[in-house]
Design a protein around this ligand. Structure first.
Ligand SMILES: Nc1nc2c(ncn2[C@@H]2O[C@H](COP(=O)(O)OP(=O)(O)OP(=O)(O)O)[C@@H](O)[C@H]2O)c(=O)[nH]1
Ligand SMILES: [Mg+2]
Length: 359
């Protein structure tokens, strides 16, 4: 540990502005005398600096292929329905079933079927035109919620708390966001607030190494709220731009988890009444309809301000994002279509709508 710290000291100034900041241990000691806080600074090697995002296929192509399972379910179904039969009430009913089975939600489904049925029974409609209507209606639902995660310079640091049930992609999304913010020249601090599992702490440390961000961690079983307090205090002292706070997804039960999140929020407010500035709920697209309940619970108990949906690449259930947007109207910041750092991009309503409609 001490060797690591010595190695990292040279880097300290690169990530934090201001030379005479208190050392991490001093800050931690002052906050919680008995608590052992580990500050892991990146190794002094060139790789520790966030690597530029490699230009793979352009993002729309990747989003399109990521959403492939969702869109092929829809487009194949639509082609089958509209190429073989003339348009009648039964076709509309079948379309309705298809859209609902694709998790788009009742509201959007009704809009689409209404738009397609309207005055077209005599003329008929091609599968391609149906997909145009699908794209238009989905874009209409998503446009008001497509809002990027904005880091405000007036917040020092801008505190982002990631929440969500276990395995949705919180820690990975923190890594992806850290990569993005670092590539924009921001100083970022990561806090391993999931003190419940050793693997969670190690996983965040790996992302810290990869992205060149210091990681504030405690031993397994440590107090998560205390860790959050130390992390914010240190981030403030060092003038960091962003604090990304990981949280547990699994505790003894949901009630305990929610109480812990509430406690973390209360403790952060002691240092900065406006923090956390964003509470981002990470949702796993593969869970389908269950994501709706997750939004409700985390919105009510953890004060969720925005959403990220991950794993759109592995499921035919990507339509759930549309149902969530229509029901809750919460900002959708980004979507994930893979496990690597560049597989997270700001959310665009038009791109998502076109990708899902296979357009
Ligand atoms: N295919 C795919 N996998 C993803 C994506 N985002 C995350 N994952 C994977 O999902 C798994 C769980 O991700 P984590 O980041 O550990 O999830 P978590 O929410 O932190 O989980 P807990 O700490 O257990 O609560 C990992 O194997 C990730 O690589 C994504 O957009 N696409
Ligand atoms: Mg995690």
């Amino acid at each position: 540990m001490s060797e690591q710290k010595d190695k990292g000291k040279g880097l300290f100034g690169r990530f934090f502005k201001g030379g005479s900041q208190p050392q991490p241990e001093e800050v931690a000691t002052e906050a919680q005398p008995e608590a052992k806080v580990e500050v892991l600074l990146p190794d002094e090697n060139p790789k520790a600096v966030a690597e530029p995002i490699p230009a793979k296929a352009n993002w729309f192509q990747r989003l399109k292929s990521g959403l492939g399972k969702t869109s092929s379910k829809l487009t194949t179904g639509i082609t089958d329905l509209f190429s073989k039969r003339k348009l009648d009430a039964e076709t509309i009913d079948d379309l309705e079933d298809l859209l609902i089975q694709s998790d788009l939600g009742l509201e959007t489904t009704s809009r689409i079927t209404a738009a397609i049925g309207k005055g077209r029974f005599e003329k008929g409609i091609s599968g391609d035109e149906v997909r145009d209507v699908l794209a238009t209606e989905v874009e209409r639902v998503l446009t008001p919620v497509a809002k990027p995660l904005v880091i405000k310079a007036s917040h020092k640091p801008h505190v982002i708390m990631m929440v969500g049930v276990n395995g949705t992609g919180k820690t990975t999304t923190i890594g992806k966001l850290a990569t993005k913010f670092r590539s924009e020249g921001k100083s970022v601090l990561l806090a391993a607030g999931d003190t419940f599992r050793a693997a969670a702490i190690d996983q965040l440390k790996v992302w810290g190494e990869r992205t060149g961000c210091p990681v504030i961690a405690r031993d397994v079983g440590g107090d998560s709220a205390g860790l959050a307090f130390d992390a914010l205090k240190q981030a403030q002292a060092s003038g960091a731009d962003v604090l990304l706070l990981d949280t547990a997804g699994r505790l003894q039960n949901k009630q305990v988890l929610m109480e812990e999140l509430e406690k973390v929020t209360r403790v952060l407010k002691k240092l900065d009444p406006s923090a956390p500035h964003d509470v981002v709920l990470v949702l796993d697209a593969t869970t389908g309809q269950n994501a709706l309940q997750q939004v409700e619970v985390f919105r009510d108990r953890a004060g969720v301000t925005g959403l990220v949906m991950t794993k759109l690449d592995g499921t035919a259930r990507g339509g759930i994002l549309v149902a969530i947007a229509a029901k809750f109207g919460l900002p959708v910041h980004a979507v994930g279509v893979g496990e690597s750092a560049d597989d997270l991009q700001p959310f665009s309503a038009a791109e998502f709508a076109h990708a899902i409609a296979g357009k």
